[in-house]
Write a new protein. Structure first.
Length: 216
């Protein structure tokens, strides 16, 4: 299973967004995580397809992993695909037909992923396990960066890893050098980190250290 570290752009300095995207790319992280919030599915607004397009323009070789925290992701899949999303992640709690939307994402030539919130039982993912490229287990209640890692979400990671040994399993929320180890032990192989990585003066060392730690 390939380890991936994904800086979350939500924690970047938005006054220097282009430089921050380039800094994340130069860190050697495998992909950029882009958090889209609609102020309905979560109580916050972040950014839309234009920021994905900015990343595609200034760092075309840096993989774009787009996390849609939206009640109706189905209405925006085309816009994010056009903007340059490469993986699109939709929530199992979204208000649309999930099977259909997962299929649409693949039909557009992109990778798909299903995301599960802390309060949603892991069983809700079971119907989709043969239709996804990755599963994202939220380790905070989505909506804001800088929250505390919820360790109670780890049994979900363990269950998914047991059921699908080869599946890419991502964790997102409150991830730092220590919590990444806890998630790796449970079976995660992809790690999103926002505030922890962007606050580093030397992001590359932090990414290297996190990757080495979780790969042991
Ligand atoms: C939470 C977002 C996360 C967030 C992570 O709503 O989905 O991707 O940016 O930020 P940190 O790593 O600061 O918890
Ligand atoms: Zn996210």
């Amino acid at each position: 299973m390939k380890t991936q570290i994904l800086p979350s752009l939500l924690a970047a300095d938005f006054g220097r967004l282009a430089d921050e995207i380039l800094r994340a790319e130069a860190s050697g992280a495998e992909a950029l995580h882009l958090d889209v919030m609609d102020a309905h599915f979560v109580p916050n607004l972040s950014f839309g397809p234009d920021v994905v397009a900015l990343a595609a323009r200034i760092a075309p070789g840096f993989y774009r992993n787009v996390h849609l925290m939206m009640t109706r992701p189905d209405l925006y899949l085309d816009a994010f695909a056009k903007a340059g999303a490469q993986t699109i992640q939709i929530h199992v709690e979204a208000d649309c037909d999930i099977h259909t939307q997962l299929k649409r994402i693949r039909t557009m030539g992109l990778k798909n992923a299903i995301v599960i919130n802390p309060e949603t039982p892991v069983e809700h993912l079971f119907p989709y396990l043969d239709e996804i490229d990755e599963a994202l287990v939220m380790t905070v209640h989505p909506g804001y960066g800088g929250q505390k890692f919820i360790e109670d979400c780890m049994p979900k990671v363990e269950t998914l890893r047991r059921m699908r040994p080869g599946l890419d399993i991502m964790v997102d929320g409150g991830i730092n050098a220590e919590t990444a180890l806890i998630a790796a032990k449970a079976g995660a192989n992809q790690f999103v980190a926002g505030s922890y990585l962007f606050k580093q003066a030397d992001m590359k060392s932090a990414v290297d250290a996190m990757r080495t730690g979780v790969s042991r």
